[in-house]
Ligand binder design. Sequence first.
Ligand SMILES: O=C(O)CCC(=O)C(=O)O
Ligand SMILES: [Mn+2]
Length: 195
Amino acid sequence: MPGYLGRDDQVALVEAIRTVVQKAPLYVPTMPRTGKPMSVRMTNCGTLGWVTDKERGYRYQATHPETGAPWPPMPERLLQLWREVGGYPHPPEACLVNFYAADAKMGLHQDRDEQDFDAPVVSVSLGDTCLFRVGQNTRDGQTVSFKLASGDVVVLGGQGRLAFHGVDRVYPSTSALLKKGGRINLTLRRVTKPA
Ligand SMILES: O=C(O)CCC(=O)C(=O)O
Ligand SMILES: [Mn+2]
């Protein structure tokens, strides 16, 4: 959904994320088994957060892996966004905050650590433009690439819920939203199956 969020919404969201990051600092996640650091820095807000490290791999947990504190609450504007575009009757539990510096990227992957694939994944881009790639439900399927700019919203839902996707590169200095540049991606997810 190109340009879904206007400039004022984007500024307000960056401010809300600044508050989150003050309480739950960005940290460097590491890959399961190899312990290789990811190029993206991460934190979360919401009742659950997505984390990864060498020893315990990909998972959701209620606390920050370095501070041990509960994740800060999800900003109301994000809950509202989910209601607007999610098409799902229960709120998201996790908002993963990804920060991409100029040289960061994210390899092709599926979001499949959740219990409920009926819920969509809703993702927001803020700051510098990136090259996003999305494919099929198998890794070797055809992919298409397009740019995601600040304010764009992506919904992976229905048939596309388990589509492989990734970020091939960030284009530096393409947005003035973040004073020091870079890209923020917010990924909202329902983790548990509602009762
Ligand atoms: O940065 C993005 O646009 C995608 C992030 C993503 O796929 C993820 O965190 O699972
Ligand atoms: Mn993903």
